[in-house]
Design a binder for this molecule. Sequence first.
Ligand SMILES: *[C@@H]1O[C@H](CO)[C@@H](O)[C@H](O)[C@H]1NC(C)=O
Ligand SMILES: *[C@@H]1O[C@H](CO)[C@@H](O)[C@H](O)[C@H]1NC(C)=O
Ligand SMILES: *[C@@H]1O[C@H](CO)[C@@H](O)[C@H](O)[C@H]1NC(C)=O
Ligand SMILES: *[C@@H]1O[C@H](CO)[C@@H](O)[C@H](O)[C@H]1NC(C)=O
Ligand SMILES: *[C@@H]1O[C@H](CO)[C@@H](O)[C@H](O)[C@H]1NC(C)=O
Ligand SMILES: *[C@@H]1O[C@H](CO)[C@@H](O)[C@H](O)[C@H]1NC(C)=O
Length: 473
Amino acid sequence: MEAFPKLDPRSFLLLCACALPALALSFPFSPVDNYLLNCGSSVDAVVDNRAFLGDAPGSGGSRVLASTRTISLNDASPALGTPQIYHTARAFARPSKYVFEVRDRGTHMVRLHFRRFDSSRVELGDVRFHVLVDGYVVLSNFSGESGSRPVIKEYLIWVDAEKLVLTFVPAGRSKFGFVNAIEVISAPKDLILETAQLVDGGKLVNFNGLNQQALEVSYRVSVGGPKVTPFNDSLWRTWVPDDAYLKSTYGSERVLFGGRIKYQEGGASREVGPDNMYNSARVIKSTNATVPNVNMTWVFPVTGDYKYLVRLHFCDIASISLELLYFNVYVNGFLVSKDFDLSRVANEVLAAPFYADFIVEGDNLGILSVSIGPSNYSFAHAIDGILNGVEIMKLNNSMGSLDGEVCGGFILKSWPRGNMGVVVPLVAVICLLLSISVVMRWRTTGVSQTVAWTKLPTDMTELSLKQARQQFR
Ligand SMILES: *[C@@H]1O[C@H](CO)[C@@H](O)[C@H](O)[C@H]1NC(C)=O
Ligand SMILES: *[C@@H]1O[C@H](CO)[C@@H](O)[C@H](O)[C@H]1NC(C)=O
Ligand SMILES: *[C@@H]1O[C@H](CO)[C@@H](O)[C@H](O)[C@H]1NC(C)=O
Ligand SMILES: *[C@@H]1O[C@H](CO)[C@@H](O)[C@H](O)[C@H]1NC(C)=O
Ligand SMILES: *[C@@H]1O[C@H](CO)[C@@H](O)[C@H](O)[C@H]1NC(C)=O
Ligand SMILES: *[C@@H]1O[C@H](CO)[C@@H](O)[C@H](O)[C@H]1NC(C)=O
């Protein structure tokens, strides 16, 4: 039950009548494929009871590192309180691969952890690289983002093969890539379904094959509540509070719920959304004889030129009784569900979670909006709108990219003498011309793991180096 009524609520009666309430037993999700790597390290790191294996030769995670001549980096003075996985990194001066054996085909969660730090072995100003997951471009011309706070990128990738391949490609001979930690985890089968509703020029149509797109998690928000950390999430996700995205607090209030979230067969499972997300919400409440004429609106900056999956999470933790809550739901100003009856889709159980998936075009304005407002069926002296969580995920474009208009094949071929084994003559000639200009520097760098990188590129002044440093602190 992945989407709203197609504007005919009666169809839900049929779907829901046969759904039996799930047993209250809760087995924690146990993924078949579960790779956690502490990159650049020979020791394991435990974060929130999860062991990230070192990927250095001889360590538990070394098997998946399929390239040699990579560089281990060590933060000599990590900031206090930074988890251990961010104290080391693996750096790449040439295209390098991790290859993960896949035992459970289907959607996999891939999380990449980046935290820039100073090292005597590499120059931060030279960090610029592309990352491919199974041929999809997930990052291009990436510099690890400035600032010393960790950056976590998450992707959902459909794998119908025996291997998942993660490739780091420096953006040039004098550039390099890095990563601090990697997670590759097979997702529960119900996490991304095959079909969603596409908002297409004022009407809803089916969008098929959603689960076979590459997705990037752009936003994952727990509405009305505190941050939910990987420790408290069934799939080790992070859900941030909604305050930064809520357009105005006028007309809405937060609700926190201390009772049990009643997961139902046919609704959202605990893996789709954890208790800690569903037990908070923001609501529109009528306290007198009139239904307020307001919307709650959340606004998310996005890059145009991509489609986005908008997943809305609902759980009626606020009404005093069933069948009192009706509201309208808008995505990008378009009414995607009119007179939405949460009691009905939640199998006539309060505090039972439900979610709906919509696909929209990121518009030219560069924002994506979600609004909840009372409907013509809303009651006075009742709750007249609710939202518990929002996830926004970017779909790959027609180039198979999540980050720009360059396809993965082109990125791989642009490295003629690398270990990728593909050389296209024309591209090779262009790259040869380019590399002449950097060949001198290349000779002094990146030759083997045991040779330290020269700290200062010869053409960089002391001053510009300092400026670069300050930028990255
Ligand atoms: C990286 O940036 C350069 C310069 O801005 C651009 O020419 C190139 O196409 C970009 N590469 C990718 C893979 O986006
Ligand atoms: C987990 O959630 C509980 C509340 O449900 C909270 O008290 C606790 O601090 C959270 N732990 C972490 C590590 O986020
Ligand atoms: C109902 O309450 C709202 C504020 O909560 C107020 O603006 C409105 O005027 C009230 N309506 C009536 C009919 O009292
Ligand atoms: C709520 O938002 C929808 C969609 O943007 C809009 O049509 C409607 O007029 C809004 N209602 C109020 C009270 O602002
Ligand atoms: C609510 O009812 C009014 C009057 O019947 C109608 O004009 C309006 O379109 C309805 N609004 C929605 C969102 O159904
Ligand atoms: C995503 O990539 C796949 C394979 O490269 C392609 O078939 C699909 O059309 C792309 N998705 C979109 C929305 O363009």
